[in-house]
Ligand binder design. Structure first.
Ligand code: NAI
Ligand code: 15L
Length: 289
C-alpha cells in the first residue's frame, strides 16, 4: 500500500496532459487532491478531489487554494515555446504566487521544470561525459528561461525561507517516445507518477534538482539528487528503438543541442558556433554565458 500524505496536495495545471495523469493516478493511490487550472477539468473528478478554476496570475486565489496543503505539485503554465509576453504571466508571476503560497503554508513545492532550461548544451557523442544537474543553465528559448527562473526561485525560497522544493527537469513525458531524440529524453507516465509521489513523500529534500527521464541508456544526463527522494526510473525508451531511431529532423542545429527543435526555433546566429563553443566561452572568461 503506497504512503499517503498527511495533508491535501495542491496540483496546478490539473487539466493538462500530465496534470490529468497525476490527478487520476495519485487519487487512485488514496491521496486527497486539490486540483486547479485556468481551464475546466475535462474528466470526471477523481475520488476525494476538488477542482478550483483559477489563473496563476491571481495570487490571492493561489493563497486560498493552498490553505492547509502540505505540498504543491506545480504543473501549470505555458508548456511550450511562446513569445516572452505570453510566458511572463503564468510562468514568472504565477511561479512567484506558488512560492508565496508555499511559504505561508510551509508546504513543499514540486516544480515541473524542463530540459529546455539547459537545452543549449550539446548532446554528448559516444562516451563523452554526461552533464550533471549542477551544470550551467543554457535555456533554449523564453520557455526554457522561465524554467531556469523557476529552479532559481526554488533556490532562493529554500535559502531564505526554508521552503523545500524538488525541481523535476522533465525530458519528454508522453505515452511513448516519438523520435530519435526521445531515446535520451523520454519519461514514461508511470515513472512520472512514481517520481511525483517520491518527491512529495520524501522526509526531507531541501532544494534539489532531478533529471526526469526514464532509465534510458542513451540519456544525455548524469548525476542528480534522486537519492534524496529514493526514486529510480523503471521504464526505458530502448523498447521503442527500432521504431524511432531513424526519426531525425535533418536540421543540424536541432540535432546538435539537447533541446532539439526548441534550440532551432528562431535561431538567427549567423555562423553556427564551433562544436566546442562552450569550452571557448569558458576560456574567454564568460563562464556559462
Ligand atoms: P499542458 O500544456 O498540457 O498543461 C499545462 C496546464 O497549465 C494546462 O492545462 C493549462 O490550461 C494550464 N495553464 C496555462 N496557463 C495557465 C494560467 N495562466 N493559469 C492556470 N493554469 C494555466 O502541459 P503538460 O505537458 O501537461 O506539462 C505540464 C508541466 O510539465 C508544464 O509546466 C510543462 O512545462 C512541464 N513539462 C512537460 C513536459 C512534457 O513532456 N509534457 C516536458 C518538460 C516539462
Ligand atoms: C517540454 O518542456 C514540453 O513541455 C514538451 O511539450 C516537450 O516539448 C518536451 O519539453 C521535450 O523536450 O520533448
Amino acid at each position: 500500500m503506497p504512503a499517503i500524505p498527511e495533508k491535501p496536495v495542491l496540483l496546478t495545471g490539473a487539466a493538462g496532459n500530465l496534470g490529468r495523469v497525476l490527478a487520476r493516478e495519485l487519487a487512485a493511490m488514496g491521496w486527497t487532491l486539490r486540483l486547479t487550472d485556468i481551464h475546466s477539468f475535462p474528466e470526471a473528478l477523481p475520488p476525494r478531489a476538488e477542482f478550483i478554476r483559477a489563473d496563476l496570475n491571481d495570487g490571492v486565489a493561489l493563497l486560498r487554494q493552498a490553505e492547509g496543503c502540505g505540498a504543491i505539485l506545480h504543473f501549470g503554465g505555458i508548456s511550450v515555446e511562446q513569445p516572452f509576453e505570453t510566458v511572463f504571466g503564468p510562468n514568472l508571476r504565477g511561479l512567484y504566487h506558488v512560492y508565496e503560497a508555499a511559504r505561508r503554508e510551509q508546504a513543499r513545492v514540486v516544480f515541473a521544470s524542463s530540459n529546455h532550461s539547459i537545452g543549449f548544451h550539446e548532446r554528448p557523442q559516444g562516451n563523452e561525459a554526461r552533464i550533471d544537474a549542477d551544470c550551467a543553465f543554457r535555456p533554449d528559448g523564453y520557455y526554457g528561461l522561465s524554467k531556469a527562473y523557476g529552479e532559481l526561485m526554488g533556490r532562493l525560497y529554500w535559502d531564505k525561507h526554508g521552503v523545500e522544493n524538488v525541481n523535476l527537469r522533465i525530458g519528454s513525458c508522453l505515452p511513448e517516445p516519438l523520435e530519435a531524440r526521445m531515446l535520451a529524453t523520454w519519461l514514461s507516465y508511470a515513472d512520472l507518477v512514481r517520481l511525483a509521489a517520491a518527491a512529495v513523500m520524501a522526509p526531507r529534500t531541501g532544494h534539489c534538482v532531478i533529471w526526469a527521464c526514464s532509465a534510458n541508456p542513451a540519456s544525455f544526463w548524469g548525476e542528480d539528487h534522486r537519492a534524496r527522494i529514493g526514486w529510480q526510473p523503471q521504464d526505458t525508451a530502448e523498447a521503442f528503438r527500432a521504431r524511432i531511431a531513424g526519426k531525425l529532423s535533418g536540421d543540424p542545429v536541432v540535432e546538435r543541442y539537447q533541446g532539439g527543435a526548441y534550440a532551432g526555433m528562431d535561431y538567427t546566429r549567423a555562423q553556427p558556433s564551433p562544436r566546442d563553443h562552450f569550452a571557448l566561452d569558458e576560456a574567454a572568461g564568460s563562464a556559462g554565458s
